[in-house]
Design a protein around this ligand. Sequence first.
Ligand SMILES: Cc1cc2nc3c(=O)[nH]c(=O)nc-3n(C[C@H](O)[C@H](O)[C@H](O)COP(=O)(O)OP(=O)(O)OC[C@H]3O[C@@H](n4cnc5c(N)ncnc54)[C@H](O)[C@@H]3O)c2cc1C
Length: 434
Amino acid sequence: MEPVTIIGAGLAGSEAAWQLARRGIPVALHEMKPRKMTPAHHSEYFGELVCSNSLRSDQLENAVGLLKEELRRMGSLILACADGHAVEAGGALAVDRHAFARAVTGKIRSHPLITVAEGEVTQLPESGEVIVASGPLTSDALAGAIKEFFPESRYLNFFDAAAPLVTFESVDMENAFFASRYDRGTPDYINCPMTREEYDAFWTALCSAQEAEVHGFEDKHVFEGCMPVEVMARRGHDTLCYGPLKPRGLRDPRTGKEPYTVVQLRKDNAEGSIYNLVGFQTHLKWPEQKRVFSMIPALKNAEFVRYGVMHRNTYLDAPRLLDRYYRVRKAPRISFAGQITGVEGYVESTASGFLCAVELAHRLQGKPPVDFPQETAVGALALYISNESVADFQPMNINFGIIPPLDHRVKGKRNKNAELSQRALQALEGLGEI
Ligand SMILES: Cc1cc2nc3c(=O)[nH]c(=O)nc-3n(C[C@H](O)[C@H](O)[C@H](O)COP(=O)(O)OP(=O)(O)OC[C@H]3O[C@@H](n4cnc5c(N)ncnc54)[C@H](O)[C@@H]3O)c2cc1C
């Protein structure tokens, strides 16, 4: 059998390669790293997480928790590696990013049916089955070829920022405390409190700090889910206090009270030697990041091992171009997977790689496709991004709003979400062996 060409060994491409190979289908996986790096990728490994090390909530009352559970039950490579290299993060699934990426790479490289081809792909292959999983930072040459391939369509984009990392050693623990919000789970976060006066000075400095120049960036082009902290700050004095700096459920042991605001740090590696600033994605100039973030008392001597950066994220107008299996409507031998399809986030990118590979495997083996119902998170996401009635298409995180409601009333949002998740998992079970 001719190998399937996959372009990009990120989260979606690695998942897709694995799902095809485990179903007996050979894969030629093309990855340009380490010869050529995108502006946000730094390592030679596959499945590199470009910003946060968190795959977000791992609870079934949360839609991304459901999406993870579905993928786990269906044998996802990315979920297995994430679970295998998790670091404590309250109710979230966070990973040691290097150990995780090394594990993904090891699995892919050692599979006998996957051949890795190093180097940039600059054209869409003219024949054969293809999955394009080159991500939001697809290289310019390939992005140009994709644009040409869809002359009928607009090419959409938005801006995505990453948060800085600091060393644990450099955090002043005299001015910080370990806790999880509302004491749920284990006390995994470092909490850096600020008084009203400290916050006022910090907020004023943040609002006027110098931003790095990013071509074509204006505040209105940010995705609400990952807005730079300085853009959020400019929306008003209290915006951060109700957002990433909210103190709810965090009592400072020194005072026994909730502080005015709290900056949370999450463990970034298994050893706990590096932490990331939760919600602090930013595109300030690097010296400005150091100056302003060091105004947080616990970070006054912080050593930054990586600064935040921002990049343009490109995606297709999927509702008009792709079908429910992420296949190109006008050329079904080509599928797209990952963030380039307009799904937003690590787990969502993984889910699209999973689904498109399962469909392709079934097609190549002469089996009927698996039609994941809208009740499942995997299905709901694919149906949303291929829904032609969505006119102004924006990047989409999984959420319960795109899953059909229950046919009966349930008291309380958490209970309702838990029931939606149970229904989804039953629907998945009803599909049998996938
Ligand atoms: C700056 C930034 C920060 C982000 N932060 C988060 C976050 O904190 N949390 C979150 O959930 N999501 C985040 N995202 C969004 C998204 O979830 C990630 O980008 C995710 O990695 C997307 O997975 P993917 O598989 O689609 O692409 P990627 O993981 O980017 O993988 C694409 C791969 O394709 C390769 N490639 C590109 N062009 C070519 C080519 N021409 N030939 C061969 N190989 C090529 C790349 O080197 C890369 O390895 C962020 C995105 C950006 C850009």
